[in-house]
Write a new protein. Structure first.
Length: 363
């Protein structure tokens, strides 16, 4: 089966200089992929020519006359720039011409345009941004929400957990991935009312064998890999993400500075070259690039705006895998099954209560 992915080639800090070489590399390594390159046609074709891929049979170009910049207000991206590379790429998913979309553009604009164009899956109140964070087990911890929803209620976090479980099950091959609820302590009495109500909903699902709820987890558990998934609101999640990225850059800078401080340290660095390369590989944030906007009626993946071609290619790969393993249909089915369950906890009363699900049109 051929998986078609639309690429917003103009998004991010670098535009075609990063998106095109990433697209060329990915399509050359994945025979089942076909990429639709969306953006200013002249710029895209010039970059394709530079990489000797002007006539690649599985790369096509679709012109878009406008670009959503990284500092464009939502109103501009949503209402004024209707022929932006971002909007056109998302429209391809809506129209069934692409199975997924990848963009490195303005996160707020991407979320707003995606939600407006694709709408949410019935039973999902809000889409969530789910990304991967490296842990001590040399595997990813999936964490959501990472900034799409600053203020959340219990039913929103409940839905995030379910969507995250479906995504991890599909991409990592785990039938019942473990879910942790981020809190200020592991004890049930810890946390605010929203966290306590969410825990009650997740425990009820665990008892019904709908989800594998580990319980409350703390910040250190994210990097220890205590659970496959960590659920929190977007405010907390974004702070954790930016703090961990900053810490990673800090550690790298300190190591580099210290190894260059004197000849003895430089000799030590030379001796430890293999270990340093292994550490760099494990902690390289580019390997974990590609956050999914879960809860929409189509697949949209967000690459970091300043990512290089290697990292952007990882985002394309994650979009490809999500489409290949039919994540949208799995989420839709799971949400429908959850919403058809009888309410057993008063905290669930605020949920959407949707029982009937209109299946997404197959792309």
């Amino acid at each position: 089966m051929t998986i078609k992915i639309s690429i917003d080639c103009m998004g991010g800090d670098h535009g075609p200089a990063v998106t095109i070489p990433a697209a060329v590399s990915f399509v050359n390594s994945e025979p089942e992929a076909e990429l639709i390159l969306v953006g200013l046609e002249s710029a895209i074709r010039a970059e394709l020519k530079k990489h000797k891929a002007a006539d690649h049979p599985r790369l096509s170009v679709l012109n878009a006359t406008e670009v959503v910049t990284m500092d464009d207000p939502l109103e501009v991206a949503l209402r004024r720039k209707k022929d932006s590379s971002m909007r056109v790429a998302i429209n391809l998913v809506k129209d069934g011409r692409a199975h997924a979309c990848v963009s490195a553009g303005n996160t707020g604009a991407l979320m707003a345009v995606s939600r407006y164009v694709l709408k949410t899956i019935p039973g999902v109140d809000r889409p969530a941004l789910c990304a991967l964070i490296p842990n001590q087990k040399d595997a990813p911890t999936y964490m959501l929400d990472l900034g799409a929803n600053v203020d959340c209620e219990a039913q929103h976090l409940h839905q995030f957990a379910l969507m995250g479980a479906v995504l991890v099950s599909a991409l990592e091959g785990k039938a019942k991935p473990t879910i942790g609820l981020l809190n200020v302590g592991e004890e049930d009495i810890k946390g605010n009312d929203v966290v306590k109500q969410t825990a009650a909903l997740l425990r009820a699902d665990h008892e019904k064998d709908l989800l594998n709820f580990h319980g409350n987890v703390e910040g250190n558990d994210i990097f220890e890999g205590t659970t496959d998934i960590v659920v929190c609101d977007g405010f907390v999640g974004n702070v954790v993400l930016k703090a961990s990225e900053g810490l990673g850059r800090f550690v790298k800078k300190v190591l580099t500075t210290e190894f260059k401080r004197n000849p003895l340290n430089m000799l030590g660095a030379l001796i430890a070259t293999g270990a340093i390369k292994a550490i760099s590989r494990r902690m390289n944030p580019s390997r974990y690039n590609g956050a999914s906007l879960l809860g929409l009626r189509g697949l949209v993946f967000k690459s970091h705006g300043g990512e290089n071609a290697y990292g952007y290619e990882w985002a394309i790969k994650r979009a490809f895998d999500a489409a290949k393993y039919d994540v949208i249909s799995r989420i839709s089915k799971s949400i429908a099954e959850l919403m058809s369950q009888p309410e057993t906890d008063p905290a669930a009363a605020g949920g959407s209560g949707v029982n009937d699900l209109t299946q997404q049109k197959s792309a």
